[in-house]
Write a protein that binds this ligand. Structure first.
Ligand code: ZN
Ligand code: ZN
Length: 244
């Protein structure tokens, strides 16, 4: 199984990086984690066939994680997709997605797709199975608007991967990512502790409780991007592939 960073940027386009979108593929799985506003061009740039994607998991309703869905759905319509697609995310996904589609492409939320489109709302700590992918959402802490906010612990093909989503430090990240084969974690700042986002120094303090087999930092601000060559950890970049 492979995970490719289609985009690992923040909402501000720091470093010219695309918004958050990860593509996971294996013998039995083909899914996206998040689909930010710039994700369709980012997918096309990497030559990723959208038609093969069965599932899109959304962590929260900020544009850099969720804003690409109307473009991906429009693309599916224009490329005459027939394969069923499931989009799963926090409570409110159905209504938020319809509102976003209407804002970007009027009437598009009412278009009858040629393919079966299922929208699934996920509740914290309730494990769901989507084909060969098992997903457990954990609640995280990322402010007042754009939530609910979910980190995901995902099991597929005998491997476990966790994505923190955007969050300040919260103890739920410990069970969410404990002993995961891959933990993709936000490291927005290096050592500046702020509300709603996580800094690397705080994350490092907790790593002994999490013990991920591999850690990759993502969603970095200019503060972090300016220190990439001094980091002791692997940092995401657009296009990077991690073998799982
Ligand atoms: Zn974000
Ligand atoms: Zn966010």
């Amino acid at each position: 199984m492979n995970l490719q960073f289609v985009g690992c940027g923040d909402a501000l386009g720091s470093g010219g990086r695309y918004n958050t979108c990860f593509h996971v593929t294996g013998d039995q799985v083909n899914f996206l984690i998040d689909c930010g506003a710039s994700s369709l061009p980012a997918l096309k740039k990497l030559g990723i066939t959208r038609d093969g994607i069965d599932l899109i998991l959304i962590t929260h309703f900020h544009g850099d994680h969720f804003g690409g869905l109307p473009f991906v759905l429009l693309d599916a319509q224009f490329t005459r997709r027939t394969r069923p697609l499931t989009i799963a995310g926090p409570l409110g996904l159905k209504q938020k997605l319809a509102a976003l589609m209407e804002a970007l492409f009027e009437h598009s939320s009412k278009t009858q797709q040629r393919f079966a489109l299922e929208i699934v709302e996920l509740e914290p700590q309730q494990t769901r199975r989507f084909g060969a992918v098992t997903v457990t959402p954990y609640p995280v802490v990322h402010g007042e608007s754009g939530g609910p906010f979910l980190a995901y612990r995902i099991e597929a093909e005998g491997r476990t991967l966790t994505y923190s989503a955007d969050t300040e430090w919260t103890d739920t990240l410990i069970p969410a990512a404990r002993d995961a084969d891959l933990f993709i974690c936000e490291a927005y700042y290096y050592d500046r502790v702020v509300k709603n986002h996580l800094d690397l120094k705080t994350l490092e303090k907790h790593l002994p409780e999490i013990t991920p087999k591999k850690l990759v930092l993502t969603h970095m601000s200019d503060d972090m991007l300016g220190r990439l060559d001094q980091l002791q950890h692997l940092a995401a970049s657009d296009g990077l592939v991690i073998e799982l």
